[in-house]
Design a protein around this ligand. Sequence first.
Ligand SMILES: Cc1ncc(COP(=O)(O)O)c(C=O)c1O
Ligand SMILES: [Zn+2]
Length: 413
Amino acid sequence: MTHLYFTGFDCLGCRTAYAPDQDLLLCPRCHHLLEARYDLARFGREVDRDALARRPAGVWRWRELLPVLDPTRIVTLGEGGTPFLRSERLARACGVRELWLKSDAANPTGSLKDRSITVSATKAMEFGYDVLSCASTGNKASSTAAYAARAGLRSVVFCPKDTPVPKMAQAVFFGARLIRVDGHYSQINAMYRKLIGSGRVKWYDCGTDNPFRYEGKKTYAYEIAQDLGWRVPDRVLHPCAGGMSLVKTWKGFNELRTLGWIDGLPKMTAVQAARCAPIVESWKKGLPRVEPVEKQPTIASAVAAADPGLLGDQTLAAVRASDGDGLAVEEAEILEAVRLLAQEGLMIEPSGAVTVAAVRRGVQDGLIDRGESVVCVLTGSGFKDFDRILDLVEIPRQIVSGYEAMLAEAERI
Ligand SMILES: Cc1ncc(COP(=O)(O)O)c(C=O)c1O
Ligand SMILES: [Zn+2]
């Protein structure tokens, strides 16, 4: 197929190479993560970046750099191509020269997960599965359910029992079989992976082992670079659970540089809630691998992965390779970031707003230079964790009746 630049996978552990048409999760030999490979040299000769820019915006604008074999049969809800907004006010509030917001709350199901689940749903169709599944803190579950519905497939999702109700409702609304499980996300994900590995079910795993799915997240880099006119920001901050979104964004920037479409790379900054920050703590200690932590309850529930495992190790490596940082933010700082974003007209769930809190903290701690241009990725809509938004507002109890009362109220303002 002439338009196929995806050439297969390489194992990050034993370096075994796999063909592009294989149905794979972790490396069958050593159970390490797999990394998709592309013929970037040929792609660079045959595809022009300005021609790509004329296609409809979204994840599939970049289809040649995604691991699909038949780009005419993709499962899409119109994901990606999300708003990229400059904020002078937030730049001042955080103390940096230039601040951009990349709002993935605008995705079809309201979170970043749509960027990657569109790819896994497409692969499920290619491989002939009937059911999509995952373990999730909620966003991946609702995205998986939506794309399964779109593809005419069924879905099964496993979530911690205290997952925000809107996320569970969304998954059920789209027809998922929701299984609420006792314990926190990393524990549930470990049991879920065992279940998939047991071979007792024949579901397409849209979870943390799926190497096709993750490639969708690279499109952040393509969109940010393109929206900046192929200029590279000094720093990109991303909320991290396992950290794969950050790792793939880093991969995306590296691909663009290999293609010669950009001439530098940003520092990647991993952001977590201080109450569950294994990646950031391990980065601060200079460890080569992520040490699990005891999870404390946090309002940033979507990014609270106490034991990110191999994904976390990759995240550490990407942060180091980019000369970036790890930043942990306190609960009060996260809520303040949610409030600051409200002043920009953006309603972002606490987990998705940690990056704004982190810029402030990073500047105060001297990790982020005031002269930098930074991009804060915002990863989920406030509708997804709506109780947290309700906590921040007071809806008037008083009800006025009739024109005179309205006028009286108006004149008091
Ligand atoms: C709102 C939000 N932001 C960020 C992430 C982090 O994604 P990753 O697991 O790639 O670090 C998640 C994952 O669930 C999420 O729901
Ligand atoms: Zn291997």
